[in-house]
Design a protein around this ligand. Structure first.
Ligand code: JFZ
Length: 442
């Protein structure tokens, strides 16, 4: 465009996608797991017998919950059923290729023994380093780890929502040092982690720290070359978040797709992105009384395919119980997704936007950089005819079922660059994948 660029000191550091191997690997993950676990898992959405409808991990902030009583939950934190290896096995079984784990949520409780606050696992009956257990267990399964970190910290006396007085500013300077120390500590303690997933960065106090946050980001990247940081970490000097004042993405991928998925490729502006999703409408931490619509395995598989078809990753959230065990409903979903992934993962891993027009039966994905296109079919039309519109001068050489290459199709050309694939039988009860080997005329 001809729009003039505003000179920025703390805007984006790069225009366009990263091209290094670490980021290319991230781009190919396809499916990830999110884990929200912390003190909020103990009340599990209820306080003194009263169920709260909001997100369970926010319970400390609801009216009528005494903050000091909540903050004392660390004295009852003794998760006897916590088994990081079992979590990692569940993730592996589901087909997740990365995990994002809450080291510290808004309540400020640290699941690692941070030197910079007393409010950690170390001062709970459990005592042991949970972040280390999780990182080691997932590393062992070959699943990459990203650490979730909330800048907003309800427990820290120096946290401020805004800076209005001299006192606020002095306190927040201390808070900034504390935040830096904790982040450097995490990166130093857990050198195998691939990235940081920031949250709690929306308040005015933090939005005003463009210079500090920019320098801190640079420091972290210097410490861990290849580190992946999303767009939710810092604002530019005009207070613009995610995208700077010139509309350029800040960070390595767009982190704004929270419980929503883009509907067309234009929505993602050529950026990397991932979508984080809850099973109920909006519960991240454990809520014993999950209510409302609970997404089914098929819905979650469809979301995965939709994300990959638009060049993103899909990340499904798990909220383990206060004792550390993953709830049965989540285990079942992980199994259902995993069973599907075992047969169809080729259409999900290392795939990208295919460049084909979207059709009503489902989603196209493409094995990155190749001529292999996948049709992930969710809605079979009554006619049994699946429409394909190819980009111009693209021929379909072969079409066959991914689960059974013997079952092949002869595409019927119905007009220029437009075909029908006629399904032989529609006995499929699960979404299925058809492979297209294409050939582009040069
Ligand atoms: C935040 C947290 O407050 C929440 O508890 C959970 O951890 C989630 C993953 O992140 O919630 C958000 C953050 C950003 C948006 C919405 C909810 N957003 O950008 O629309």
């Amino acid at each position: 465009s001809t729009k003039e660029k505003i000179a920025l000191l703390h805007g984006a550091h790069r225009v366009g996608k990263r091209t290094d191997a670490t980021m290319e690997k991230w781009r190919g993950y396809g499916l990830g797991q999110f884990i929200h676990w912390g003190l909020y898992a103990i009340p599990g959405g209820a306080w003194n017998g009263k169920q709260y409808n909001g997100a369970a991990e926010w319970i400390r902030s609801w009216d009528g919950i005494p903050k000091s009583t909540y903050d004392s939950l660390n004295y009852s934190f003794n998760p006897t059923a916590f088994d990081a290896k079992a979590w990692a096995k569940t993730a592996k079984q589901m087909g997740a290729r990365y995990v994002t784990f809450t080291t510290k949520h808004h309540d400020g409780f640290c699941l690692w023994p941070s030197k910079y606050t007393k409010y950690t696992v170390k001062n709970s009956p459990y005592k042991k380093d949970i972040v280390k257990a999780v990182v080691d267990a997932y590393d062992q399964e070959g699943i990459d780890v990203i650490l979730y970190f909330s800048v907003m910290d309800w427990n820290h006396p120096d946290w401020r929502y805004d800076i209005k007085t001299k006192e606020d500013s002095i306190a927040f300077e201390r808070f900034k040092k504390f935040t830096r120390n904790q982040l450097i500590e995490l990166l130093t303690n857990y050198p195998t982690v691939k990235g940081l997933w920031f949250d709690g960065t929306w308040d005015k106090s933090w939005v005003k720290q463009a210079a500090f946050a920019d320098e801190l980001e640079t420091e972290m990247r210097r410490l861990r070359p290849g580190l992946i940081i999303g767009s939710r970490f810092r604002a530019d000097e005009n207070g613009k978040r995610h995208f700077d004042s010139n509309g350029v993405l800040m960070g390595d991928y767009e982190q704004g797709w929270e419980r929503k998925i883009p509907s067309k490729i234009e929505d993602v502006h050529g950026n990397d992105w991932d979508c984080v999703m809850t099973v109920p409408e909006n519960q991240w931490g454990y809520n014993a009384a999950w209510n409302g619509h609970l997404k089914t395995g098929t819905e979650l598989i469809e979301m995965t395919a939709r994300c990959v078809s638009l060049g993103g990753n899909f990340v499904l959230n798990f909220g383990p119980k206060g004792d550390g065990a993953i709830r049965q409903e989540e285990i079942k979903l992980a199994e259902e997704i995993g069973d599907w992934m075992k047969v169809n993962q080729e259409a999900i891993y290392n795939c990208e936007y295919a460049g084909f027009d979207k059709q009503d039966w489902g989603y196209f994905t493409r094995k990155t950089g190749t001529d292999k296109v996948y049709m992930v079919v969710f809605n079979v039309p009554l006619s049994g005819a699946l429409r394909i519109k190819t980009p111009s001068k693209t021929a379909i050489k072969k079409a066959y079922m991914l689960a059974d290459a013997e079952e092949s199709f002869v595409p019927e050309e119905i007009s220029a660059d437009e075909y029908f694939l006629h399904l032989k039988k529609s006995t499929n009860s699960k979404p299925f994948v058809i492979v297209l080997e294409t050939l582009k005329a040069t």
